[in-house]
Design a protein around this ligand. Sequence first.
Ligand code: TMP
Ligand code: ASP
Length: 237
Amino acid sequence: MEKKEQLYEGKAKKVYATDDPELLIVDYKDDATAFNGLKKGTIAGKGVINNQMSNRLMAKLEKSGVPTHFVRELSERETLVKKVSIVPLEVIIRNIAAGSFSKRYGVPEGVVFEQPTIEFSYKNDELGDPLLNSYHALALKLATPAEIETIKDYSFRVNDFLKAFWKECGVTLVDFKLEFGRLSDGTIVLADEISPDTSRLWDAKTGEKLDKDRFRRDMGGVEEAYAEIMSRLEAHL
Ligand code: TMP
Ligand code: ASP
């Protein structure tokens, strides 16, 4: 599959056209940002890990009945995906209090919820991805009621699957962010990526952070954490 013109460059990935109007190539970078792009850096080898991890997990999710944009891995950093128009909602599922939840509601990090929470942000960098509920999403015409129901259903199914998978790897899935897209026929599929950039992953025994919080919080050992989480995943494929 030939890479044609670059269509888009995001914070962590570039997207290219292909000969097929329904397919795109995603190219994962080592660039890392946080706090809506205010903090910038590089995590050596991150692009390779995020590409491979996201693909392995999406292939498994697809088998478990959640449709995704994943088609085929082309190289260490490049993947062929179905072209979607992204629903401008960031969906965050949380199993344990951390990050903005802990800050907003005054709950210490690490408090385990009896059941997972779901929240939506309006995917809009200029506005700083503001938190919204499904009524706001409908008022803003970001998605239809049926699409929101599908997105919620898939998101909780992704959580059930990922929580169990990471548990087998000795990792606690704290929270994660998903994005969905519409195929040309309107079908909703899981898009974007599932990686340590978009998830909080803690060592189940020690509680050590094995994700992008090490970069966000200047904790050091960032590359090592990405390598460790990837090797845990590879041992359980
Ligand atoms: P938060 O606690 O900062 O709201 O983050 C919740 C989860 O979402 C966490 O796993 C990191 C992920 N996330 C992203 O993938 N992109 C973002 O822009 C933000 C703010 C969080
Ligand atoms: N990548 C996001 C940004 O640059 C935020 C994050 O992951 O913390 O804003």
